[in-house]
Write a protein that binds this ligand. Structure first.
Ligand code: GLN
Ligand code: ZN
Length: 762
């Protein structure tokens, strides 16, 4: 039962393929352009190549079963027989799996939400009274067999019972999923026995939930679950992996059981190092020390990681070097970045480590530990040189930016009282009651995609590209005038992405060519890398908005992305606080608002859909976060006159934990996702003391369904029960870029008609 210890590993790896082969194969299979056998063979090839890489890099324990056709939580639901009953009728297992992931014409998919505080999204398992758990181990066992045949020292990875249930949602009146622990524990025991029977020496059970606020009260359950699983006679050695923060009281609980190993993230929360030292029961365990950051892109400071390992050496029975979490959250390799570095960002690539480079770092650190520093002196030397060059780089220390921030902080970044601003703005803008508007983007037309591809391929020049975008803008403005919308937008045709667009125009950001990371299923993103002090050299959006304004008498909103969202969707520097970085981005956005105002723009929207995303996992850390996040937003929006109306937009989340912060943003108008929560958000805002104007989304843009006029009217009446008419705006609940043209026009027509009908009754 007790397998030999290992010394170097990672907690997981990217799985989309170095060239996004899996994405292409799965989408091809969905379209019917490749067969199931071809899909299976691409997938098997990716697994084989990945294992080869890990073994030849020198890992002595290799995480397996990290491959997924869509998502590891969905895989776990399938493993435990907990797919929703509505897909049960679909006979074929792969089609059933994809139906649960993305729905079909007949069945709705599982809900999707963010995996802890990362940008990965998992599918939320549904646990109902009828859920009859049963083990379906085919995927896990098949994967193990493949790996073993290939001679890989395999360590199958599975999501643990606490994390699985804590992240699931109860449906059909069922109680808390965690109350079902006793139903699934026997399945885990059974699975462990089967893995052992097939030769698995180790198994990794992931329990990231233990680092969260909810995890604080799960230490007792952790002791029970892992006491029970480790008491089984037939099982591999058990590694319980915690990550994304310090494991808190669970560490002691886990150490008190008979499991063989624990993984601890030593990067996210430095307090974890002391926490480990304080648990004597780790003396007979293998500790996986997560000293290489699994979710950011910087090369590890080997000397300091090595010092941490030194500190820990007496605290555990044995040490293995590892990443802080799975490498799922970083791109494959810096080696795939081959084009010349963009002007201004020369040399930055040398500071980076993606998955493959991090695997090499783990091996170097482990060799230093087991064979002594001299054998890896060259690698340590290079690491120190990179570190020295990076920290001395003038791009990390722009005196102009820093001085301006110091001065601004001294003078304060508040605006006149909101009620007074509202009076000035009302006179100036002269809008009707219940003004109608949209969130920014309009449907992405084929022409936009073609223009972008043509520009990239050099088939058209910049001037022609601008002409084509202007023609899109003209269409969107004409449509809004015809519909009778009150506050217009330009439609955002020029934005490839609401963060990337700004990152490409700001100093301090580096874009990657191939730095793809899985966001969910087959959707991949290429987050920009924020490496230095952020500075805006030239206006970024003014020409588009002013062009749109020339086409209409009605006000056109300027459209910007807020500092918190820009941070949340980028890889950010690790050499200063997020708060400091946020303020620098905020300063750049502030400069843009000032230029927009100067160009005659009267309304400016600064989107912060990611405000909730960066909320710390532990409640104790939240108020500090919200203070800097709202502070950065105010910094970005307080450079304009009282008569300039600032809007913001929030979506993608339950707002419960950040409701007070929404009031602290002090935007003149806040549009907020509300259609699915039936306007309940308005009461919550009211209780939080929010008294500015608000546009609760009156229809859900995530579905192609066209809402009827009466339906929107009834939403508006519900909103009027909570908010006086003088404070209410009428808008959809998010941008329209993922929608089709026809349904958008129909929905907006109903929206305007509903606003007019309700207005007439006031
Ligand atoms: N202005 C953006 C748009 O309409 C907002 C997108 C978002 O909220 N994610 O597309
Ligand atoms: Zn939105």
């Amino acid at each position: 039962m007790t397998a030999p210890n290992f010394t170097r590993t990672v907690l997981g790896v990217p799985r989309i393929g170095p060239r996004r082969e899996l994405k292409r194969a799965i989408e091809g299979y969905w379209k019917g352009s490749i067969t199931r056998a071809e899909l299976a063979s691409t997938a098997a090839g990716l697994r084989r190549d990945e294992w080869d890489r890990l073994v030849s890099a020198g890992l002595d324990s290799v995480p397996t079963n990290t491959f997924s056709y869509y998502d590891q939580m969905l895989d776990t639901a399938e493993l435990l027989g907990a797919l929703p009953p509505r897909v049960a009728g679909i006979e074929d297992p792969l089609d059933r799996y994809f139906a649960a992931a993305r729905g079909t014409a007949e069945v709705a998919p599982l809900e999707m939400t963010k995996w802890f505080d990362t940008n990965y999204h998992y599918l939320v398992p549904e646990i109902g009274p009828e859920t009859a758990f049963a083990l379906h181990p085919e995927k896990v066992l098949g994967d193990l067999e493949e790996a073993t045949t290939q001679g890989v020292p395999a360590r199958p990875v599975i999501v643990g019972p606490l994390t699985f249930l804590a992240l699931a949602k109860p449906v059909d009146g069922a109680g808390e999923p965690l109350s079902r622990l006793d139903e699934i524990l026997p399945l885990y025991r059974d699975l462990l026995a089967r893995l052992a029977a097939r030769g698995a020496q180790w198994v990794q059970i992931d329990e990231p939930v233990l680092v969260t606020e909810a995890g604080l009260s799960l230490a007792g359950d952790a002791a029970r679950v892992y006491g029970e699983l480790s008491s089984a006679a037939d099982r591999p050695s058990i590694l319980v992996a915690t990550y994304f923060g310090s494991p808190g009281p669970s560490l002691e609980a886990l150490a008190g059981t008979a499991i063989e190993a624990v993984a601890v993230d030593l990067v996210t929360d430095l307090a974890a190092v002391d926490a480990v030292a304080a648990v004597p029961a780790l003396q007979d365990k293998l500790l996986l020390a997560g000293v290489v950051d699994g979710r950011n892109v910087w090369r590890t400071d080997l000397a300091s990681a090595s010092a941490t390992l030194g500190t820990l050496s007496g605290s555990a029975g044995a040490l293995a070097v590892s990443t802080s979490c799975s490498l799922l959250h970083v791109p494959y390799t810096v080696g795939a970045e081959t084009a010349p570095e963009p002007a201004g960002a020369e040399g930055v690539r040398a500071w980076l480590a993606f998955a493959e480079e991090k695997i090499d770092e783990v091996v170097v650190l482990a060799r230093a530990l087991t064979e002594g520093r001299p054998v890896v002196a060259a690698e340590f030397g290079r690491s120190a040189a990179v570190r020295a060059a990076r920290s001395a780089d003038p791009r990390l220390n722009d005196a102009t930016v820093r001085d301006r921030l110091t001065a601004l902080r001294a003078t304060g970044t508040g605006r006149t009282a909101a009620a007074d601003r509202a009076v000035v703005q009302r006179d100036r803008l002269d809008l009707p009651l219940l003004p109608t508007t949209t969130i920014g983007s309009y449907p992405q037309t084929g022409a936009i995609r073609i223009a972008r591809a043509d520009l990239r391929a050099g088939r058209i020049d910049e001037a022609e590209y601008v002409r084509r975008m202007q023609s899109e803008i003209a269409d969107v403005v004409a449509l809004q005038e015809e519909l009778g919308i009150d506050v217009l937008v330009h439609g955002e045709p020029e934005r490839n992405d609401m963060v990337q667009y700004f990152a490409e125009r700001l100093d301090g950001f580096l874009a990657t060519e191939n730095g793809w990371v899985q966001s969910y299923g087959t959707r991949c993103v290429r987050p920009p890398i924020l490496y230095g002090d952020v500075h805006r050299a030239d206006p970024m959006t003014v020409s588009w908005i002013t062009y749109a304004q020339t086409l209409t008498e009605r006000p056109v909103k300027g459209m910007l992305t807020g500092p918190v969202t820009i941070l949340a969707w980028s890889f950010v520097r690790d050499d200063q606080s997020l708060a400091e970085t946020a303020d620098q981005v905020a300063l750049a956005i502030r400069d843009e608002t000032v230029d927009l105002e100067r160009a005659g723009v009267q309304i400016i929207q600064v989107d912060e859909p990611a405000l909730r995303e960066l909320l710390p996992l532990r409640a104790a850390d939240r108020s500090a976060y919200l203070a800097w996040a709202t502070g950065a937003f105010r910094l970005s929006t307080s450079g304009v006159a009282d008569g300039t109306q600032i809007h913001t937009h929030l979506c993608y989340s339950e707002f419960g934990d950040v409701i007070g912060a929404i009031a602290d943003l002090d935007a003149d108008v806040t549009s907020i996702e509300a259609a699915r929560s039936r306007m309940e958000i308005l009461g919550d805002l009211d209780r939080a003391g929010f008294a500015n104007q608000v546009g609760p989304g009156v229809y859900d843009i995530h579905s192609p369904r066209v809402p009827a006029q009466e339906e929107i009217e009834s939403s508006l009446r519900a909103a009027l029960d909570a908010v006086p008419a003088q404070r209410l705006w009428v808008n959809p609940d998010c941008g329209l870029k993922t929608r089709g043209q026809q349904e958008t026009v129909a929905a907006l027509r109903n929206l305007v008609a509903a606003a007019k009908a309700v207005r007439a009754t006031l």
